[in-house]
Design a protein around this ligand. Structure first.
Ligand code: PMP
Ligand code: GLU
Length: 400
C-alpha cells in the first residue's frame, strides 16, 4: 500500500540532491558491472591524512566518547577561532562559533534561524545544489541572481545592488564556488561588501568550504571587511581541505546573536557533533597544512588536464576556474542535436547521455541554476580523467 500521500508538504516540495542522486546512479551502474567513471560527487579522492586519524584514535583512547557542548568542544572552537584569525583575518571569539555535522548543517541552521516565509534570499547563481532547497524548507523564497560564463560566473556588485529589495533577508554565495570553481577576488568582494553595508538588515552567508583549494591567490573572506563583519556568517568545514567528508564536521563564525540561535536550534535537533572527531579536527587545524597543499597541487594539474582535453571537443565552451575542483562548461550548443536515436534537448539529457552511452557520470547544470551547463568534478585520478574526457569526445562526435 502506498502511503506517500502522508508525507508533509515540505518534503514533497523538496528536490532530491542532484549530486548525491547522480553519484548513486553511478554506483548502481558500477555494481551491474559497467565501467563507470564518476565525476559527479564533490569529494576529494584522497584519504584523510594519517596524523588526523591518529589524533582521532588518541581522542577515543582518552575518552572523548560523550556528548559535547552543543556548539562544540571548547578545544575545537579555540582552534577554529585561531584559524579564523590566522588564515582569514577574522575575529570570532569562541562564543561566536558553532560546530555542526558538516557545513551543510551550518547553512541549514543559519537559514532556519534567520528566515521567515515572507523573506527573500538572494542566491548568487550558479549555486551549490542545497542552498535553494534549504531556503525553501524555511518557507522563504530563493531569488536566483545569475552570472554566465562570459563573466566567469561571477555576479557583479551592481547586479547585487539592483537585486536587493526590502524583502531581502539573506544573501548566500560560495567562493571558491561550487559548481563553477570561480573565485571572487578582493576587489569584487570589497564592492559586494560596500553594497551589503548599505542594507544593515541584510545578512550574508559566505560559504568558504573550498578556501584552501585556490590556485591563484590567497583566500579572502568577505567578513574581514570591517563594514560588513556584523552582517556576515562565515561557513567553513573539514570536508574539502582536509579530505574529511565522512567525518561530518563543519563550523561557522557569526555575530553572537546568530551563533546563539544556531546553538539553540541544534540543541533541539542533533546536539553537538562527534566528540573524538572534533578533537582530531582541532589537531588538523593547528598542524601544518602540508597535506592540503599537496592535494591542491594535484587538483591544479588535473584542472589543467581536463580543460586541455575538453577544449578539444567541438561545441564545449569552457572557462578556466581558479579554485575548488569543478569545471562548469556551457554545453548549450548541443541542444537540439541528435545522433538519430537520442536527442539532446537540455543539460539533463546531456548528463543522461554521458552516463548511459559513455558511462561517465557528471551533474546537470539545472541542479545549480544553470541549465546550459554541466558540472564535472575533477577530484579523480589523472588516468580516470583522461579516459573520461576521451569517452566524452567520442560520444559527442556523433552529435557534431
Ligand atoms: N558548501 C559547498 C559549496 C559544498 O560544496 C559542500 C559539499 N558538500 C558543502 C557546503 C557541505 O559540506 P559538508 O557538509 O561536507 O561540510
Ligand atoms: N558538496 C558535494 C557536491 O556538491 C557533495 C555532495 C553534497 O553534499 O551535495 O557534490
Amino acid at each position: 500500500m502506498n502511503h506517500t500521500h502522508l508525507l508533509s508538504d515540505t518534503i514533497k516540495s523538496l528536490s532530491e540532491s542532484a549530486t548525491i542522486k547522480m553519484a548513486q546512479m553511478a554506483r548502481d551502474l558500477k555494481s551491474q558491472g559497467h565501467q563507470v567513471i564518476s565525476l559527479s560527487l564533490g569529494e576529494p579522492d584522497f584519504d584523510t591524512p594519517l596524523h588526523i586519524k591518529e589524533a582521532a584514535q588518541k581522542a577515543l583512547d582518552e575518552g572523548y566518547t560523550k556528548y559535547t557542548p552543543v556548539p562544540g568542544l571548547l578545544e575545537f572552537r579555540q582552534a577554529i577561532s585561531e584559524k579564523f584569525k590566522r588564515d582569514n583575518d577574522l575575529d570570532y571569539g569562541v562564543d561566536q562559533i558553532v560546530v555542526s555535522n558538516g557545513a551543510k548543517q551550518c547553512i541549514a541552521n543559519v537559514c532556519m534561524v534567520l528566515c521567515n516565509p515572507e523573506d527573500e534570499v538572494l542566491i548568487l547563481t550558479p549555486f551549490w545544489v542545497s542552498y535553494g532547497e534549504i531556503v525553501k524548507m524555511t518557507g522563504a523564497k530563493p531569488i536566483l541572481l545569475k552570472a554566465g560564463i562570459e563573466d566567469d560566473y561571477k555576479v557583479k556588485a551592481e547586479a547585487l545592488k539592483k537585486a536587493i529589495t526590502p524583502k531581502t533577508k539573506l544573501i548566500i554565495f560560495s567562493s571558491p564556488c561550487n559548481p563553477t570553481g570561480s573565485v571572487y577576488n578582493r576587489e569584487e568582494l570589497k564592492a559586494m561588501a560596500d553594497v551589503i553595508n548599505e542594507h544593515p538588515e541584510v545578512m550574508v552567508i559566505s560559504d568558504e568550504i573550498y578556501e584552501y583549494i585556490n590556485f591563484k591567490s590567497k583566500h579572502v573572506s568577505i567578513g574581514a571587511f570591517d563594514n560588513v563583519k556584523d552582517q556576515t556568517i562565515t561557513v567553513n568545514g573539514m570536508s574539502k581541505g582536509f579530505a574529511m567528508t565522512g567525518w561530518r564536521l563543519g563550523y561557522l563564525g557569526a555575530p553572537k546573536w546568530v551563533a546563539k540561535a544556531c546553538s539553540k536550534l541544534q540543541g533541539q535537533f542533533t546536539s553537538g557533533a562527534t566528540a573524538f572527531g572534533q578533537m582530531a579536527a582541532a589537531h588538523a587545524l593547528k598542524s601544518s597544512l602540508q597535506h592540503t597543499y599537496e592535494m591542491v597541487e594535484a587538483f591544479k594539474s588535473r584542472r589543467d588536464l581536463v580543460i586541455r582535453m575538453l577544449k578539444e571537443i567541438p561545441g564545449v565552451n569552457i572557462n578556466q576556474p581558479d579554485g575548488a575542483f569543478y569545471v562548469f562548461p556551457d554545453i548549450s550548443s548541443f541542444f537540439g542535436k541528435t545522433d538519430g536515436q537520442f536527442t539532446i534537448n537540455n543539460a539533463d539529457d546531456f548528463a543522461e547521455l554521458l552516463l548511459t552511452k559513455a558511462h561517465v557520470a557528471v551533474v546537470t547544470g539545472s541542479a545549480f541554476g544553470a541549465d546550459e551547463c554541466i558540472r564535472i568534478s575533477y577530484a579523480a585520478s589523472e588516468e580516470d580523467l583522461t579516459e573520461a574526457c576521451e569517452r566524452m569526445k567520442k560520444c559527442l562526435a556523433a552529435f557534431a
